[in-house]
Design a protein around this ligand. Structure first.
Ligand code: ADP
Length: 249
């Protein structure tokens, strides 16, 4: 039996094609937007296997009108963790336009969660705006070496962008500004996580989990060492494919 999990997020489209053995047959990450549904269908076809069931998730899941079921990302993240990180008690998911903190019960169900979806600070969007202001690819913000960090005091993305522009104009060292940006995101995320309470094992997922500097800054604030899965952006799509197995295979 083969299933597909499709996650159309606010900024990225993710797919996982899964065998019932648990082996990932194929994966895809691309930009979300108009045509995500059609691209997801093309990718599924291109894998050249018969897909028995599909579960869609994410902000744009309504675009997958052929899915057997649509579920929330929270359900998918928790399902993924039950399979791949059974010791996880907290998941921090840092996506393109929101950040979610989930608590998982001993029995592997969602016990509680907190969501920041009103403000871009503490999300990938904040990083994208700042990366554009600095003319640096967002993927490179996490590889800055250790050193002093420019304090970005504004929590609002628009004001923080002005702060970054002023720092650039005044000739402040670019790496210092990048460290300040990473620290600002980490501080917002960690504050949300501490509001829910962070029981280890803590797992960080979502596209922003690929920024090692943000992960280590969160780790310092929380006082615990979080786990980052190998493909942190794919966990919700992977969980969706697992749910498709549970329900339809
Ligand atoms: P969504 O589901 O909301 O689309 P994702 O979990 O797919 O969110 O993450 C998308 C975000 O991850 C984007 O804002 C993007 O800028 C960010 N991102 C992608 N790759 C990296 C990276 N290497 N370092 C930091 N951020 C990244």
């Amino acid at each position: 039996m083969i299933t597909a999990g499709i996650d159309i997020g606010s900024s990225a489209l993710k797919l996982v094609i899964l065998e019932s053995t648990g082996k990932v047959l194929a994966r895809y990450v691309g930009r979300a937007g108009y045509g995500s549904g059609a691209r997801a269908r093309e990718f599924c076809k291109s894998v050249g296997v018969n897909i028995d069931a599909t579960v869609a998730t994410g902000y744009g899941r309504g675009q997958i009108d052929w899915a057997d079921k649509s579920v929330t990302e929270l359900t998918c993240q928790v399902r993924w963790a039950r399979q791949e990180r059974p010791a996880a008690r907290t998941i921090i998911d840092i996506g393109g336009q929101d950040c979610k903190v989930m608590r998982i019960s001993e029995s592997g169900t969602l016990a509680d969660f907190l969501l920041n979806d009103k403000c871009a600070a503490g999300t990938g969007r904040f990083l994208e705006v700042m990366a554009a202001a600095l003319e640096v690819p967002v993927e490179e913000l996490g590889s800055v070496p250790n050193g002093p960090s420019a304090g970005i005091s504004s929590t609002c993305t628009v004001f923080a962008e002005s702060e970054v522009m002023s720092a650039v104009a005044s000739g402040l060292n670019k790496e210092e500004v990048i460290r300040g940006i990473n620290d600002a995101v980490a501080s917002r995320v960690a504050t949300l996580a501490l509001r829910l309470g962070c029981i280890p094992e803590v797992v960080i997922t979502g596209g922003v989990a690929q920024n090692a500097r943000i992960v280590s800054a969160i780790s310092r604030i929380l006082g615990t060492r979080p786990i980052v899965p190998k493909e942190p952006q794919l966990t919700a799509a992977w969980g969706a494919a697992l749910l498709a197995h549970d329900k339809f295979c």
